[in-house]
Design a protein around this ligand. Structure first.
Ligand code: FRU
Length: 501
């Protein structure tokens, strides 16, 4: 099939699938495809003043399959518009999939850099991978470079995992980091450089597992932030240890100092970036305000996804600003623009004491919640905020003052096998929670991004009440406010044009 034909075909399939969707759990303000499957965010960039986000997409059904690149764009990171599918697989260079990658602005040409996936034995999941580029002047219609692949194969000492190029410019040179593994199964990130995005030279290993960090590092991203260098990675195969590494795969970071000349990255230990059930394959862009903005896939490999029965699966997180704090840890906070979503404000209380519990009736399923506990003037062991969608169903966010942990309990959130997730969070005078609920997701940001928990939930009801609880003593609450949020997709216009520029 020609590229044009493949894109048309995919667009038609998607349109038909979109007509059959059950909207019950559809996100109101998160990025999701019009229908069917998505996973990783790809190609995040601000190009000619607009934010673009692409994503791994299977437009033909609700399961992962031959990967396409879906596409949305926005002027404010909040109001997204669907664009035509940008890349379809099936060419010589990407026969079995256009896997994850990034985007750069090459002097007015939006250039996508992505992995071509080729099965050598599909049954046994044996494959080869290469790196490719595709171009667009209008930011909507892409054509693949005729001399793809630009990197044919991994370095000689490498395993067959060779994917997810992240490209950026430093000085006059383009750099690429790739997810990779050694032949004896240690995850690592390798670096290439180029002067024209077409000819690439291998520079060596940028970082590598010491044997404790998994067999493959997916979706690397590498950048300077607040005077340090940050390597984001999504390792596969780290063993679970108590509260750490509870999901099948993790996304986290290494922070350190980097020398471009020698490709030497001196870094500290690996930390998980978000401790919820559903956060993976994060990628970032640098915008014209100098913000490093991260978006992750808001699901997890091999987890049950109840919305498959509704004709779709997968969403992306809210855009989040990253910073490095003075302890050398990453902070992650929703972009300021999330305030554009706010509609009605509910002031639920100010300066009050919770002796047992304190509740409010809220029947919204798109919500932002802000709760500030004055822990210096509380003697409770635990404080919590519970969201009830009906009598039998609840999602609990709890802070354990004694063990200094933030806990998300999703065991009664429509998917009992999920259970709890825990993030370490040092006790401070105030516990400030900022929580975003969007029909089937919850994102918790605590103490200005020191801890985040992102999970999919599947409430049975439509939103009934919220409650603050104190156990083992009483809690002083400084403020409790929430806002109903708008559904950006109800007013969005679809973009179905699939012509090639
Ligand atoms: C990460 C990942 C990438 C790959 C893509 C395939 O979730 O496995 O390594 O490029 O998904 O869809």
């Amino acid at each position: 099939m020609s590229t044009l034909h493949s894109l048309h075909h995919a667009a038609q399939a998607l349109q038909l699938a979109g007509e059959k969707i059950n909207p019950q759990y559809r996100p109101g303000y998160h990025i999701a495809a019009p229908a069917n499957w998505i996973n990783d965010p790809n190609g995040m960039i601000q190009f000619k003043g607009e934010y673009h986000v692409f994503y791994q997409h299977h437009p033909y059904d609700e399961h992962w399959g031959p990967m396409h690149w879906g596409h949305v764009k926005s002027t404010d990171l909040i109001h997204w518009q669907h664009c035509p599918i940008a890349l379809a697989p099936g060419d010589e260079c990407d026969r079995d999939g256009c896997f994850s990658g990034s985007a750069v602005d090459d002097d007015g040409v939006l250039t996508l850099v992505y992995t071509g996936h080729h099965y050598t034995d599909r049954e046994k999941d044996l494959f080869t991978q290469n790196q490719n580029i595709a171009f667009s002047r209008d930011g909507i219609h892409f054509h693949k470079y005729e001399a793809n692949p630009v990197i044919v194969e991994p370095p000689a000492d490498s395993a067959h995992h060779f994917r997810d190029p992240k490209v950026w410019k430093h000085g006059d040179t383009w750099y690429m980091v790739l997810g990779n593994a050694t032949q004896d199964g240690h995850g690592r990130v390798i670096r290439y450089h180029s002067s024209d995005l077409r000819q690439w030279t291998y520079d060596g290993i940028l970082a590598e597992s010491d044997g404790t960090l998994g067999f493959m590092w997916e979706c690397p991203d590498f950048f300077e932030l607040d005077g340090r260098h940050v390597l984001l990675i999504s390792p596969q195969g780290i063993e679970r240890t108590e509260d750490r590494y509870c999901n099948l795969f993790q996304t986290g970071y290494l922070i350190g100092d980097y020398d471009y000349e020698t490709n030497n990255f001196q870094h500290g230990e690996f930390y998980e970036l978000d401790h919820g059930h559903d956060f993976y394959a994060v990628q970032t862009l640098l915008d014209d305000q100098g913000r490093r903005i991260a978006i992750g896939w808001m699901d997890m490999w091999e987890s049950d996804m109840p919305t498959k029965a509704h004709g779709w699966a997968g969403a992306l997180t809210l855009p989040r600003v990253l910073n490095v704090d003075d302890q050398g840890r990453l902070l992650m906070n929703p972009v300021e623009e999330t305030k554009l979503l706010r509609q009605e404000q509910f002031s639920l209380g100010e300066s009050f004491t919770v002796t047992d519990s304190y509740s409010a009736n809220i029947t919204e399923s798109l919500l932002e919640i802000r709760a500030v506990f004055d822990l210096n003037n509380s003697d409770a062991d635990k404080v919590s905020l519970t969201l009830h969608s009906d009598a039998s169903d609840q999602t609990v966010i709890m802070y354990d003052n004694v063990n200094e942990k933030l806990i998300l309990d999703a065991s009664q959130s429509g998917k009992p096998q999920d259970g709890i997730r825990t993030a370490p969070l040092a006790k401070a005078a105030l516990l400030t929670l900022r929580i975003f609920v969007d029909r089937s997701s919850i994102e918790v940001f605590a103490n200005d991004g020191q801890a985040t928990l992102t999970s999919r939930i599947y409430p049975q009801g439509n939103g009934a009440s919220m409650e603050l609880t104190a156990t083992g003593g009483q809690a002083q609450v400084q403020e409790w406010t929430c806002w109903s949020l708008r559904d950006i997709w109800q007013t969005a216009t679809p973009h179905t044009d699939t012509t090639i520029a």
